[in-house]
Ligand binder design. Sequence first.
Ligand code: GDP
Length: 449
Amino acid sequence: MAFDSLTEKLQNVFKNLRSKGRLTEDDVKEALKEIKRALLAADVNFKVVKDFIKSVQERAIGQDVMNGLNPGQMVIKIVNEELINLMGSETTEIQLQPGKAITVIMMAGLQGAGKTTTTAKLAGKFKLKGKKPLLVACDVYRPAAIKQLQVNGEKQGVEVFSMGENHKPANIARAAIEHAQKNGNDLVILDTAGRLHIDEDMMAELEEIKEEVEVHQTILVIDAMTGQDAVNVAKEFNEKVGIDGVIVTKLDGDTRGGAALSVKAVTGKPILYVGMGEKLSDLEQFYPDRMASRILGMGDVLSLIEKAEAEIDEEKAREMTQKLKKNQFDFDDYLESIKQMKNMGGLGNIMNMLPGLGGMGSKMKGLDDEQTAEAERKMGRMEAIIHSMTPAERANPDILSPSRKHRIAKGAGVDISEVNRMIKQFNEMKKLMKQFGKPGKKKKFGFPF
Ligand code: GDP
């Protein structure tokens, strides 16, 4: 997870600050020195770090903070606010044309940054919002890229427009927009060709597309794992082609996080989304305040809730709530809730977003991983047990006699005590959920634990 090491270091600095009743100017300066080191180690742009520390220092070394009741806490608050500022303060939405008018988005970026994957991810997001996207294969140099867009588009249930490799990208873009007009698409996303490095041809090609068709938003995709290189790429793209926003991919694999922290300050352009994995659902809207909370180890409960809401099938959730209210929740529903939890990326992913669990030190984190793995194994055994039940048993757990339980345990390859334990837990959970299901208490979904 991004920022792990930064979070750990910042938490140490804050622990020190909190342990002091009063803060001297030297205490604050010492803490800022450590924060500076931590940010540089996280590969944040040097000038960005310098400005950041300066802003925090100006605010922290004041009478109000140092003489306040809880100066350590105040410094943390200032760091939090400045981190939010650094990343752009507000969430920036991709600007769409009003009504049914077609919005044209051009995706740009170096080869391998995650452009094609992100294009499909983005289409999925807009489809959920009721748009009818058309993805356009403008990368005419790599047949594999066209194929990849087609495969991903199909997975997302979104149409892909392609003219093969023998046309100029600008012409493909023009033809795609005509197709969109006829076809009722209100969003056209152009997947352009990347290169290994920035070169004149790539920039010229993007310019040509912009001259040929009206591009409403140019979005640059950068790879977080390439750190400051990614930020330099963003700066150059912005100067040469002009960009409206950035999507930072592979934040899941980048333990430092410097690119995400620097790009807004260096380019002046906001981060719109972040890529958190290879799955097409692994794209999160970027909230500077939530990201700051994550970095400071305060968790990101809001993103977690949003993820849950997006991943959980609304229809099924409603059905389940109804069943809970009527106390008809059965093992099939239990199985479904395990499945939905898996869709959310498993327990490990969920735990990372919970306050106090995400930013733990490596030792604690190792323990967590072990516990997570154990819980996930347990979940797998539960699934096996439920799969060994007959449909009648799943629908009506009350008929589970000892001989049936024996048969189920044998089928699932577990001890009968485990079957008994699960049934007991299930009944307890049902009781608990019944309370949640009562009118007046809003509960959209239930976890198996
Ligand atoms: P393009 O050359 O810029 O179009 O890049 P691709 O879309 O082909 O992506 C390159 C690789 O990065 C693929 O293996 C993707 O699955 C992977 N990738 C893209 N976004 C993410 C992300 O957010 N996280 C992770 N872990 N991998 C990603």
